[in-house]
Design a protein. Structure first.
Length: 504
């Protein structure tokens, strides 16, 4: 799914209106109808609604929703906040339509006036400010939003929580309505996919309102979500006449005394991701552990408690390096020597990233197309601090193009940034996956996919989607609290089935 900015969203609406030969109020009616369908399916018939409307088109949406709810026999009252000099044409049209149905259904709220004493069982629908917001809410409207946030009522935002921008993260002091649910039209807004906005959006529901596919297909965006549809062209079913050599050989490099578990998880994940063979290169202290825990994997040792050298890598089709490796002097020297000679794309995680963070000159030596998998703090050590996660991701785009690498910036909506600056937000995964070893599993999955011949950006995209999907499947049986990294490995099979079987 493409993610459009506010200007593109408005252009898409305008193109749809022209191409469909409809009036803008018809599109508004369609969008409001989808919202009312959701409200009817979510709330009991005796639910009472208060709709807070602004003077723009978002307010127009709210006025249509109020009218449609009343026509479906719900108890509803609209409040129109008069903060602009004039209503938009569509807002005014729908105000008159609502009044024609029943003048008592709407009350004009004059500036510096507030609503209070709403019974807590009434559902508040927020249609005050929409995607046209160009600056933070302030003055009376800012204070009004703050007052609504103090109410215990359930709140549903239409298209955008009022005060939130589609394209930027709000300042901490900016007034933004805190919704429990956000009903948004056709696409994710980019801001919805960042952690700072979660407190405002609640659960996001995307409603298809039939915007024109010609515009959508023809309009480029650097930002998209990873969906099953994207993976159809990436996923490669296994040919009938094949053998383990067909699916590549993965080398997993890492481990140190007390951190051999990272290599166990990583090696298992590479095999579960379909690599023909997996070999763990780790210090001797982990030899018996890896042989017992992952009998399907082969093992090479170097050093007693930490890795002292990395050799023989040339014969492997993919290499993942870093889990549990340590940043001591010997692994550091081994890693630098390895990077100086290696020419094939690598999957780089954990302590390998920490080494690069301490020695930034290594960045320019990384093999073209390598995949870096930092979490936000590791990214900051690599490329500097940023004021919020959206700016950090934009920085990731710059750095990926600068160094010709792919960056997997891990988080709730893990983002895959390609060496061409394209950004793909992952929509699978859950808070239960915030557990020790989850990143080691991801490294193994991506390395296993890379070993099978996927292009680096494809391996990253497919890897993060499957990793998150396996976690989603696991929590249904185990709960978020009880999920551990090994469970993600065990559910990779089900995740593969879900994208490989027709109709799944």
């Amino acid at each position: 799914m493409k993610i459009f900015n506010a200007a593109q969203l408005h252009a898409c609406d305008a193109y749809t209106i022209q191409a469909s030969a409809i009036h803008s109020t018809d599109l508004m009616e369609r969008a409001a109808g989808k919202c009312v369908d959701w409200l009817r399916n979510t709330f009991p018939k005796d639910t009472l609604f208060v709709v807070l409307c602004g003077t723009g088109n978002n307010g127009g949406d709210g006025l249509v929703i109020a009218r449609l709810l009343r026509q479906r026999l719900f108890g509803v009252k609209a409040f129109l906040l008069r903060f602009g000099k004039e209503l938009s044409d569509d807002c005014n049209t729908n105000l008159q339509r609502l009044k024609l149905l029943d003048e008592n259904l709407v009350t004009i709220v004059e500036p510096e006036t507030f609503i209070s004493d709403l019974p807590p069982h009434i559902v508040i629908i927020d249609a005050i400010l929409g995607t046209g917001l160009s600056r933070p809410a302030s003055g009376w409207i800012g204070a009004f939003i703050t007052s609504i946030n103090k109410m215990p009522n359930r709140k549903v935002a239409i298209d955008m929580p009022s005060g939130l921008s589609a394209d930027t993260i709000p300042d901490k002091e900016s007034p933004v309505l805190k919704a429990d649910d956000t009903l948004t039209f056709q696409f994710y807004k980019r801001t919805f996919l960042h952690p700072e906005s979660d407190i405002f959006t609640g659960k996001v529901h995307i409603l298809d309102i039939g915007l024109d596919s010609t515009f959508i297909n023809a309009t480029h965006s650097h930002y998209r979500t990873i969906d099953k549809e994207n993976l159809v062209a990436i996923y490669k079913p296994r040919p009938a006449y094949s053998h383990k050599g067909t699916f590549g050989s993965a080398l997993l490099v890492g481990g140190s005394y007390g951190k051999i578990g990272a290599m166990v998880l990583c090696s298992k994940a590479a095999l579960r991701a379909g690599a023909g063979t997996a070999t763990a290169l780790l210090p001797h202290c982990g030899y018996e552990i890896i042989q017992a825990a992952v009998p399907e994997a082969m093992c090479i040792t170097s050093g007693e408690n930490v890795i002292e050298s990395i050799s023989g890598w040339e014969k492997f089709s993919a290499i993942g390096i870093g889990p549990g490796m340590s940043t001591d002097e010997k692994p550091l020297a081994a890693f630098i020597e390895f990077i100086d000679s290696c020419k094939q794309p690598l999957v780089i995680d954990a302590d390998a990233l920490n080494i690069i963070g301490q020695h930034h000159e290594i960045l320019a030596k990384l093999p073209m197309g390598s995949i870096l998998t930092p979490h936000p703090k590791e990214f900051a050590r690599l490329f500097g601090e940023n004021t919020n996660s959206m700016i950090q991701l934009d920085n990731a785009r710059i750095q990926a193009m600068r160094y010709n690498v792919n960056i997997v910036l891990k988080g709730h909506n893990t983002a895959v940034v390609t060496s061409e600056g394209e950004c793909w937000y992952n929509t699978t995964g859950n808070p239960g996956m915030a557990t020790a070893g989850s990143g080691d599993v991801l490294t193994g999955v991506i390395t296993g996919l890379l070993a099978q011949g996927h292009q680096p950006h494809e391996a990253a995209m497919l890897g993060v989607f499957l990793h998150g999907l396996a976690g989603d499947m696991a929590v249904k049986d185990l709960s978020e609290e009880a999920l551990i990294a090994g469970d993600i490995v065990e559910y990779l099979g089900k995740a593969f089935l879900s994208i490989s079987e027709p109709g799944s």
